[in-house]
Design a protein around this ligand. Structure first.
Ligand code: GLN
Length: 486
């Protein structure tokens, strides 16, 4: 087995026991990038100093320094997370040449561990999309079938893990953008509780929904990286002030007595039968190993997509107002006065999907329509939160599909925004309610593509869902994230 095929937890042990060096591991990942990147397209920017970073870690280890367990592990970072001195584009023409003068809080945290930053991952423009097709730069392809999308918006982050072009990655999730691509690429992706990971330095899409989270090949990998990035941060006013415990150290796969809720609304007509079958089989396996299973109802789920697209677009329309050609980013070359400069800059700098969201968001916030749309959506948001809260009174974890289908073909949905939005039908409620959820692989479609199962927890119950997911991973004997052809 090549090094890039191993997961972060295994590699961490090997590094600590000096069975491999950070430089060897990094070289292995770099050669995988060299061979596969032209067909996968996971990166927007590759870092040139990876080997230098790795040698520093190896020297530190040789000198007997106490290192973090993740020191020397190659990490890719979604391109909407600010990296000092490394271009951060949000896969938009608007920020094509933007180099942040500061690190996001999560980047400061990962740098401290001594992880090797390999580069910045492709994504849907400003994280708006479910297929990575709205990137200004190029399409990312699903390593399990290069004609298919990797999901989105963290498509580059998910594809890189599945292709061995990074060992771990960071993504961001506003309505499903970590979990859905994780599902489509056969990897593990965690969307943390709102407030548990600092958003400082994450380019804002919908500030009340956005969270940064980890992607990796195993539940242990997600727990390792989440333990690095979680925590209170004074630089983020929505950061939750509490004690965060190490999720990896406390990981146990005991599912005996685990109370699973299965919401019937998530297994309805729009979900492919093969997805339902795979998720039900996974639930059955947990039940056979001591979990208790109960059907529950979350009746407001039918309003979730509408609610999400109103709230997310409203916030996006306000957040994206800063890209006006004045302070940073793209500015139109020719214009006639200030208003014309704004208009041309934004017309040329943003892609179609971003413009659609800005127009939708501006509309739902406008006087005359505010009560009918935005206010109503906020009321439904509260109801969705209440339904989850009452479900968690007698469940530890709620299990659903992650996405309604396996990966679809490139070009199949891009012309039909509503069909694309439906990709998030199982994931948006989690952001609307501010909950944590993890997606793990749970089988293959008839076409051989990965399928995913979502485990949702109560607020700050990351440990509970990761334990359940780890229990499942052990029961199935581990996940095969990298396709055999890679
Ligand atoms: N696909 C959803 C959207 O387009 C979710 C995006 C995200 O989570 N960033 O808004």
């Amino acid at each position: 087995m090549k090094l890039f095929e191993k997961n972060a937890a295994e590699l961490s042990e090997m590094l600590q026991k000096k069975e491999c060096s950070a430089a060897e591991l990094t070289k292995d990942v770099l050669s995988q990038i060299e061979m596969k990147e032209s067909s996968v397209g996971a990166y927007v920017t590759c870092c040139q100093d990876c080997l230098e970073q790795a040698e520093k870690i190896d020297n530190a280890r040789a000198a007997g320094e106490e290192l973090h367990p993740l020191a020397g592990i190659p990490l890719g970072i979604k391109d909407n997370i600010s990296t000092k001195g490394i271009r951060t584009t949000c896969s938009s023409r608007m920020l094509e040449n933007y180099v942040p003068p500061f690190d996001a809080t999560v980047v400061q945290a990962v740098r401290k561990t001594g992880m090797i930053i390999t580069g910045k991952m492709n994504m849907d423009e400003f994280a708006m999309g479910s297929s990575t097709e709205t990137s200004y730069f190029h399409q990312t392809h699903n390593p399990h079938n290069l004609d298919c999308v990797p999901g989105g918006s963290s498509g580059g982050s998910a594809a890189a893990v599945a292709a061995g072009e990074a060992i771990l990655t960071l993504g961001s999730d506003t309505g499903g953008s970590i979990r859905q691509p994780a599902s489509l690429c056969g990897v593990v992706g965690l969307k943390p509780t709102y407030g548990s990971v600092s958003r400082y330095g994450l380019v804002a899409f919908a500030s009340s929904l956005d969270q940064i989270g980890p992607l990796g090949k195993s539940v242990k990998d997600a727990a390792l990286l989440q333990s690095v990035i979680q925590g209170h941060d004074n630089m983020d006013a929505t950061s939750a002030y509490r004690t965060y415990t190490n999720l990896y150290d406390n990981l146990n796969g005991n599912v005996h007595g685990l109370r699973i809720g299965v919401p019937k609304e998530y297994f309805g007509a729009g979900i492919e039968p093969e997805v339902k079958d795979a998720v039900f089989a996974a639930i059955k396996l947990l039940e056979q190993n001591g979990a208790t299973v109960k059907e529950i109802s979350l009746p407001s789920t039918e309003y979730a997509i509408n609610t999400y697209y109103i709230i997310a677009s409203a916030e996006a329309s306000s957040n994206l107002a800063r890209f006006d050609g004045v302070k940073y980013g793209y500015r139109a070359k020719e214009y006639d006065g200030l208003t014309d400069m704004y208009e041309r800059t934004r017309s040329e700098g943003f892609g179609d999907e971003v413009k659609r969201r800005i127009m939708l968001g501006t509309f739902v916030l406008s006087s005359g329509f505010y009560d009918a749309y935005y206010k109503k959506a906020k009321l439904v948001q509260r109801r969705i939160g209440q339904e989850f809260a009452s479900a968690f009174q007698d469940c530890d974890v709620i299990i659903t599909p992650t996405a309604p289908s396996a990966a679809f073909r490139i070009g199949e949905n891009i012309g039909d925004p509503l069909k694309m939005y439906y990709s998030d039908v199982c994931t948006v409620t989690v952001n609307i309610a501010g909950l944590p959820a993890v997606s793990v692989p749970c089988g293959k479609s008839a076409a051989g593509l990965p399928l995913g199962m979502q485990l949702i927890g109560n607020k700050f119950a990351e440990q509970t869902i990761l334990n359940a997911a780890y229990g499942y991973e052990q029961l199935v004997g581990g996940f095969q994230s990298i396709p055999e052809t890679f």
